[in-house]
Design a protein around this ligand. Structure first.
Ligand SMILES: Cc1cc2nc3c(=O)[nH]c(=O)nc-3n(C[C@H](O)[C@H](O)[C@H](O)COP(=O)(O)OP(=O)(O)OC[C@H]3O[C@@H](n4cnc5c(N)ncnc54)[C@H](O)[C@@H]3O)c2cc1C
Length: 398
């Protein structure tokens, strides 16, 4: 771990240094001996005030995967319910786009049971190689053997980059692997770019979405990122040849787990916001839950799924699966109608993939109009019933 240390312990004007730390991490005893406590956030301000007194010590990561030996982009192919999760294919396509200019390979890692019969599926996506860990021990997801398999793959292949879908499974797997490899991990990236020197620029909203941070992993390898479903696009390709497949196995001791899966049950299918072609999204411009009746009318006319901004989810108007945004779902509908939504960055982060956006808002300066293709400035309580009845009359004429 990196840390700030005190070079000379006893100083004059010790209180000056104590006061200069914004985190109250510097303490002084009665004789003027300074020390650093666990409040230290390594902001390094003390190095400016006392360059001779304080020093920054950075541990070189104990990383066996040395940067110069790493190459290629690996993608974890999440295997669930007899198929590969769509986010894995989105990441494969992104990996191919990044790998192409640098003649790097895109390698998929698949962990599961009875995978052999599904090989055909690989030919539809631009993979160079698929590394398979196929064993009855992987029939259910258990974190220890799954992460052991991926760590084994990393040791064998030394990939420069490892991409994982930000699904519940991926979110539990990725940090464990990053810790084991003593490397960095950027969660929920919205953009990825590979530079000529092999550095992966990982973009994601930070500080509550007020800035888009570009994050690098200067020391550790592989550079690890998770990406939520529907943030990247996936394209099936007419890829005539099957990628090379390599089967690896894990020693028995590494397949042990403290988790015993007693039973697994499928959740009842719910209306999936991420898959909807038409979405009507509602925000705080709608004042009462009973006013949703007019929204349901509109949604029915458009065959749309109704979604919400975060404040309405927090108010208990709907299940959090119907929240759009940074801490909700990313959606890619062909048509999105937003009603009484201001368009805060945290909301707009979830609609980047939307096709045509229509916004209804009474405030002409609402930021939602910056991302909308068509805007209606006005009271939604007047506009919505008119639009619904117009749609109904058009439907009758059909
Ligand atoms: C870390 C973090 C994560 C977040 N994640 C999310 C997220 O995932 N999703 C999300 O939505 N938010 C998220 N937020 C909250 C976000 O910052 C905004 O507060 C939220 O999106 C605002 O919701 P809103 O647009 O419904 O409400 P408001 O900002 O209050 O906007 C209401 C809008 O309705 C308009 N309006 C009012 N009356 C009418 C009317 N009669 N007719 C038409 N228009 C009307 C107003 O002009 C206004 O623009 C997050 C915040 C943080 C800090």
């Amino acid at each position: 771990m990196s840390r700030i240390t005190v070079k000379k312990s006893k100083v004059e004007h010790a209180q000056f240094y104590v006061d200069s730390c914004p985190f109250q991490a510097i303490t002084a005893d009665s004789e003027g001996y300074l020390s650093i406590n666990d409040q230290c956030r390594i902001c390094k301000l003390c190095l400016k005030f006392g360059p001779d007194l304080f020093s920054f010590e950075e541990d070189i990561p104990v990383n066996t995967f040395h940067q110069t030996q790493t190459k290629d982009i690996a993608v974890f192919l999440e295997w669930q319910h007899e198929k590969i999760h769509p986010v894995s294919w989105e990441l494969v396509c992104k990996a191919r786009e990044m790998a192409e200019p640098f003649q790097q390979k895109v390698i998929g890692i698949l962990v599961g049971a009875s995978l052999e019969k599904h090989k055909e599926e690989f030919s539809e996506y631009p993979l160079d190689e698929v590394v398979i860990y196929d064993s009855p021990d992987f029939i259910d997801f258990r974190i220890e053997p799954y992460s052991a398999a991926i760590i084994d793959f990393i040791q064998a292949y030394n990939p420069n980059v490892l991409l994982i879908g930000a699904t519940p499974l991926g979110r539990s797997l990725a940090p464990r692997i990053a810790i084991a490899c003593k490397t960095g991990l950027t969660a929920d990236c919205t953009g990825l770019e590979l530079r000529g020197n092999g550095a992966l620029i990982q973009t994601r909203p930070a500080f509550g979405g007020n800035i888009m941070a570009q994050i690098k992993t200067p020391m550790g390898r592989p550079q690890m990122a998770t990406v939520r479903p529907h943030v990247m696009n996936s394209k099936r390709v007419a890829h005539c040849s099957l990628p090379k497949t390599t089967c690896l196995s894990l020693e028995d001791a590494l397949k042990n787990s403290k988790i015993k899966v007693l039973e697994s049950r499928m959740k009842p299918p719910a209306q999936d916001l991420s898959e909807a072609d038409v979405v009507v999204a509602v925000g705080r411009g709608i004042k009462r839950p009973e006013d949703l009746r007019m929204i349901r009318d509109l949604a029915q006319s458009l065959s749309a799924v109704i979604a919400f901004s975060r404040p309405l989810i927090e108010a208990g108007w709907a299940d959090n699966r119907f929240q759009i945004g940074l801490s909700g779902r990313s959606i890619q509908p062909k048509l999105l109608v937003t009603i009484g939504i201001s368009g805060a960055v945290q909301f707009s982060a979830g609609i980047q993939g939307a096709g045509y956006v229509i916004a209804i808002n009474s405030d002409p300066d609402a930021p939602i109009f910056n991302v909308a293709d068509l805007g209606f400035v006005g009271d939604c309580y007047e506009i919505i019933p008119q639009v619904s009845s117009l749609l109904k009359s058009l439907r009758k004429k059909e």
